[in-house]
Write a protein that binds this ligand. Structure first.
Ligand SMILES: NC(=O)c1ccc[n+]([C@@H]2O[C@H](COP(=O)([O-])OP(=O)(O)OC[C@H]3O[C@@H](n4cnc5c(N)ncnc54)[C@H](OP(=O)(O)O)[C@@H]3O)[C@@H](O)[C@H]2O)c1
Length: 325
């Protein structure tokens, strides 16, 4: 028997129940992983509330790090005792032990601790593909990045600086502004106090940015479009304030023949070679110290409801992990 979070209905943090589960042996193509640490991500909130549907009852959580305890038939790239980490579906990472498709697992370099791995696989691989593959950035480019002091945000601030890209970050408090600057943002705007569109125009001499990375959704979508230079790229990659309502393509034309993409890490890492290349790139910048993973919140797994409350109420900064016990 092991402990895990299960939900049988969607709703508030109270729908997450800490229960006994019988994990059983791994099926063909699966591995059993004993978690040392589990990642907390905003997407977990979307699944909990039902914004992103899934069959119920179900588990929650898409990211973890730990040790392989058993492998099922046909699994060759990991073995019992390997230190591994992963990010991706199916949900079920909020658990002491779980079975999952072994194809998601990457072996961790010795230099990367379990806590760091659990905190960075989803947020770090997201920053990686958004900065390296979704847009073709060059040194000297200026980009807009919302929620710059969050989990994905603090990684993006550092990585953009490594690439020589000027990141204008938005944040919800002065404390978060200081954090984003400390992590490499070129400029920071407190969008609770200032109009971020006006400020971006001012900071770019009226030109606008070449790429706007928007994970806030509903509250910022049109403002982000207004920050773009002609032919700029809008990357809508999340909905922390709610989903973006339907809109007319002419909104892109009238603002300067803009491009729009709505990417997810799941597609960018769906092929094994892409997953390995993305993870390798992340491991490289973390092992070299160019990108530091800021674990600012730790919760015991049974306290996951508090973790969700803090994340949704914008209390967290950087990354958060859940520690199984
Ligand atoms: N598409 C993908 O591949 C992908 C992958 C990973 C993450 N994401 C998305 O990236 C975003 C960041 O994820 P994360 O896990 O690193 O979370 P996070 O940034 O640590 O937390 C979300 C942040 O969003 C900001 N925010 C603005 N309006 C909000 C609202 N109404 N409610 C709650 N938060 C609000 C808050 O920062 P301020 O107080 O500074 O505004 C909050 O701290 C999420 O939208 C997530 O879904 C997308």
């Amino acid at each position: 028997m092991s402990k895990a979070i299960r939900m049988s209905r969607t709703g508030g943090p109270e729908v997450m129940e800490y229960v006994d589960v019988d994990v059983g042996p791994p099926g063909p193509g699966e591995a059993t992983v004993q978690h040392a640490a589990i990642g907390l991500n905003f997407i977990d909130v979307y699944f909990r509330t039902g914004l992103y549907p899934q069959p119920l009852p179900n588990g929650l959580g898409m990211e973890g790090a730990g040790t392989v305890e058993a492998v099922g038939e046909g699994v060759t790239h990991v073995k019992v005792g390997d230190r591994v980490a992963y990010a991706g579906r199916p949900n079920g990472a909020y658990a002491q032990v779980r079975n999952l498709p072994a194809s998601l697992l990457v072996v961790l370099p010795e230099k990367i601790a379990f806590d760091t791995a659990a905190a960075m696989m989803l947020q770090g691989m997201t920053a990686q593909y958004l900065l390296h593959r979704t847009a073709h950035l060059k040194p000297g480019d200026t980009i807009l990045w919302h929620a710059a002091a969050g989990g994905v945000g603090l990684i993006a601030c550092q990585w953009a600086k490594v690439l020589g890209v000027n990141l204008i970050g938005t944040v919800g408090s002065e404390e978060k502004a200081a954090l984003a600057i400390e992590h490499g943002a070129a400029h920071v705007i407190n969008y609770r106090r200032e109009n971020f569109v006006d400020k971006v125009r001012e900071l770019t001499g009226g030109e606008g940015v070449s790429v706007a990375y928007d994970s806030i959704g509903q509250d910022t979508f049109y403002g982000s479009l207004d920050c773009l230079a002609p032919l700029g790229l809008m990357v809508s990659f999340g909905n922390a304030s709610g989903p973006v309502p339907a809109f007319a393509p002419s909104e892109l034309q009238s603002r300067g023949s803009l491009f729009l993409t709505r990417p997810t890490m799941m597609h960018y890492t769906a092929k094994r070679e892409d997953l390995e290349a993305t993870a390798r790139s992340l491991f490289g910048v973390v092992a070299s110290g160019e990108v530091k993973i800021a674990i600012h919140q730790r919760y015991h797994l049974p306290d996951v409801a508090q973790a969700h409350i803090d994340l949704e109420s914008r209390k967290t900064t950087g990354s958060s992990i859940l520690v199984p016990r």
